[in-house]
Design a protein around this ligand. Structure first.
Ligand SMILES: Cc1cc2nc3c(=O)[nH]c(=O)nc-3n(C[C@H](O)[C@H](O)[C@H](O)COP(=O)(O)OP(=O)(O)OC[C@H]3O[C@@H](n4cnc5c(N)ncnc54)[C@H](O)[C@@H]3O)c2cc1C
Length: 459
């Protein structure tokens, strides 16, 4: 595996961390939980499995390895703080979506395989609820369910087909005509929707930090502010960080959208950004104006460029989406004023009755997106000892938290401790997307086509 680090600093818009390095200014979520970093690695150490990346994927792998084989010595390296990446910044929707939607997945994989994949995704959602309950993680989990809303006739026709397909596969989705939808939310643009009762929402940074505590208590050694700078393959992988090295017979790359910067599948798992704006807390009277006070369902519009919106525990509205951007040369940004302005304008257009509500926070982050929107799990390298899970394509809250349940049994089996298990999307190679600069140009042409599709459909 050829891994090289892109050490070029991002040109703009990186959030300055506060003087004590507490990483609280990254997003609203980071302000709600203790983000003080633990120790960095100093010196050289050996372990059984080294995990690179302190997001849900890395935490989940460490957690599941310890469950299957408590005596394994596991080390987790995080370049900033656990929960610094997408796992601490996301919208917090734990839902069963993979691919573009269920209809797309079934068309691509067939009804039986597509249905099986969705069952895994529902297991992933249940897994998040169970993790939180089993370990008493205070992350404001709310079992709100989730409604996908149609804003145009074309999307409504597709939603009807998808709804029929879901029922054939045994999923208990509920069709909402306009009157039924208005029991969830009122907006003149919203025509109909489909409600799924299973998804939940969480405070993402609280979940990530809570899981950090869980794995540490299980004996995992977590090093923060410890970036992987070079990886040397071999029967024992060697991981170089600024002040120390880790040697391990097995390593796991759990860096998702940051993988491209490490040279991991840069033309297959793209560092695409999504952004969020957040309002001040709303009063019950304000929420009643749009019919969102009682049923607190989490919502998303059915478009190529979705809008996702939900309530936080203190009744702020989180509103995200509108665009999905790959920046020039795959650079990383935490802020994009153009997208923030577009999001706020869209929110005002949807909810004119909330014209008096102020926006108080804005942020964004990077996710790993594949061209067919399906993830990949697997093992690679000459010595077959470098594992990975990535490419959740914007739907990793449930799946990344479940990634360890899929990867850990394979790792433990490869250590000769148990029978090998199968996992979906195992060693799948996502579609290849040209060399740079064609990749950048191609992605932007595709993005323009998706946007034109939304405009033509009136979505
Ligand atoms: C704004 C936003 C909103 C989202 N909303 C949703 C949502 O509502 N629902 C949903 O399902 N999904 C959502 N997602 C996607 C979801 O958050 C991700 O799929 C998921 O968090 C991926 O987890 P991860 O652990 O694989 O990656 P990450 O959380 O990105 O973790 C990777 C970690 O690796 C670390 N790292 C990178 N390079 C190195 C290195 N060289 N050495 C050591 N560590 C390194 C990073 O600092 C980071 O902490 C959203 C994403 C964003 C950005």
């Amino acid at each position: 595996m050829d891994l090289h680090l892109d050490t070029t600093p991002a040109r703009t818009a990186a959030v300055p961390f506060d003087a004590e390095g507490r990483y609280r200014s990254v997003s609203y979520w980071h302000e709600t939980v203790d983000m003080t970093p633990g120790p960095a690695l100093e010196g050289d150490i050996d372990c059984d499995v080294a995990v690179i990346g302190g997001g849900y994927t890395g935490l989940s792998v460490a957690y599941n390895l310890k469950r299957l084989a408590p005596d394994l010595d596991i080390v987790l390296l995080e370049k900033a703080v656990v929960g610094h990446g997408a796992s601490g910044r996301n919208g917090g929707f734990a839902m069963p979506l993979t691919g573009w939607d269920l209809l797309y997945t079934v068309r691509k994989l067939g009804e039986a395989a597509g249905g099986a994949v969705y069952r895994v995704m529902y297991d992933a959602v249940s897994h998040v609820k169970k993790l939180v309950a089993d370990h008493g993680i205070a992350c404001d989990l709310e079992a709100t369910g989730y409604a996908l809303i149609n804003t145009c006739a074309a999307r409504e026709r597709r939603a009807r087909k998808e709804y029929a397909c879901a029922h054939r596969l045994g999923f208990d989705h509920v069709w909402l005509d306009k009157a039924a939808l208005e029991e969830y939310i009122r907006c003149p643009r919203f025509r109909s929707g489909v409600f799924d009762p299973h998804p939940c929402v969480i405070n993402p940074a609280k979940l990530a930090r809570g899981m950090k505590g869980v794995v540490e208590r299980a004996g995992v050694r977590v090093f923060e502010r410890t970036p992987l700078e070079a990886l040397t393959a071999g029967p024992r992988v060697e991981l170089c960080t600024p002040k120390g090295r880790v040697r391990a017979p097995r390593a796991v790359l759990a860096v998702n959208g940051y993988g491209a910067a490490l040279g991991f599948m840069p033309a297959r798992i793209l560092p695409v950004h999504t952004f969020i704006v957040l309002t001040e807390p709303l009063t019950t009277a304000q929420l009643e104006r749009i019919g969102w006070a009682e049923k607190r369902a989490s919502l998303e519009t059915a478009r190529n460029f979705i809008h996702y919106f939900r309530l936080t525990a203190d009744n702020r509205i989180l509103f995200g989406g509108e665009d999905a951007t790959l920046y020039w040369r795959g650079r990383y940004y935490d802020r994009d004023p153009r997208v923030f302005d577009a999001l706020k304008a869209r929110f005002r257009a949807y909810f004119p009755d909330l014209a008096d509500v102020k926006f108080t926070r804005e942020w964004g982050g990077v996710l790993g997106v594949t061209f067919d929107m399906f993830p990949t799990f697997g093992v690679c390298g000459e010595h077959n000892n470098l594992y990975y899970a990535a490419g959740y394509s914007g739907h990793g809250v449930a799946l990344a938290n479940y990634a360890g349940a899929l990867l850990a049994p394979r790792i433990v089996a490869d250590l000769g401790r148990r029978e090998a298990a199968t996992a979906p999307f195992w060693n799948r190679t996502p579609p290849y997307l040209f060399q740079q600069p064609l990749r950048y140009a191609g992605m932007h042409a595709y993005r323009a086509a998706l946007r034109a599709g939304d405009i033509l459909q009136g979505a």
